[in-house]
Design a protein around this ligand. Structure first.
Ligand code: MG
Length: 246
């Protein structure tokens, strides 16, 4: 039998080894276009995080002109650069609608808060008006409730990864990165909505899959939507609300 040549062995090995690696797109370096320059908003312990230069400002401490309610102008109380739920007047929602976005919003429960379970500081931030990120007072897990109904839960779908909530009387912040869903012809999700959330700078939802509307568990064929804040019959205050469209 003819001996196999060393060249043949080397060539075959090279072919096999090159075939076993997946190809990645060729990475080039290039100089244009440069990323847009964005000036971050001022951050302070006292006043929270102001909007960066490219944000859509939804509340800057002055009025609720960017918001509506079912009965027309919102009846929630604007005072001292913040606004507070006026119980029984209903949810409020933004006039503007968004596809994918980064949302910053700060909330605080009153230091003299009462109530327990889901009636302790309940409100909510509804993305696209459909998907609720829960607002609740459950500092230090002292207010017992179901885990996917805690602050930072995607309501009744995913509990938060950890609980970094601050005490009543102190401001909390949500930084929310939302990817809108896409749809099949039969109105089911082609890709589900997804969300990443930081609560007080701590990751609590990591690119979590949202299964559908958190209120009625249905899928709505809706590509964009506003931000809705919930009146759940509890006193909760908000400030520094801004969106960066992605
Ligand atoms: Mg709620």
């Amino acid at each position: 039998m003819k001996p196999i040549s060393l060249t043949f062995v080397l060539f075959s090995t090279l072919l096999i080894s090159s075939a076993s690696f997946a190809q990645i797109p060729i990475l080039n370096t290039y100089d244009t276009p440069q990323p847009k320059v964005v000036a971050p908003g001022l951050t302070s312990t006292e006043n929270g995080v102001a909007a960066p230069s490219d944000a859509v400002i939804l509340f800057d401490g002055k009025d609720l002109s960017e918001w509506n309610s079912k009965n027309g102008e919102p009846q929630w109380a604007v005072h001292d650069g913040i606004f507070t739920v006026t119980k029984g007047t209903g949810d409020i929602y933004t006039k503007k609608e968004f596809f994918d976005f980064q949302l910053h919003i700060e909330f605080m429960h009153p230091s003299d808060i009462t109530g327990d379970g889901q009636m302790r500081g309940n409100s909510g931030v509804f993305l696209h008006g459909l998907y609720e990120i829960q607002v609740l007072e459950n500092y230090n897990n002292e207010n017992k409730t179901y885990v996917n109904g805690q602050a930072g839960a995607i309501y009744r779908q995913h509990p938060p990864l950890v609980n970094p909530l601050k005490k009543p009387g102190q401001w909390n912040s949500y930084d929310i990165i939302f990817t809108a869903p896409t749809f099949n012809a039969d109105k089911t999700y082609r890709t589900n909505p997804r969300v990443t959330i930081l609560l007080n700078g701590i990751l609590i939802q990591n690119n979590a899959v949202i299964y559908g509307c958190t209120s009625d568990e249905k899928i709505y064929e809706q590509l964009k939507g506003g931000i809705r804040l919930q009146d759940h019959g509890c006193v909760v205050s908000y400030r520094n609300i801004w969106v960066r469209e992605l």
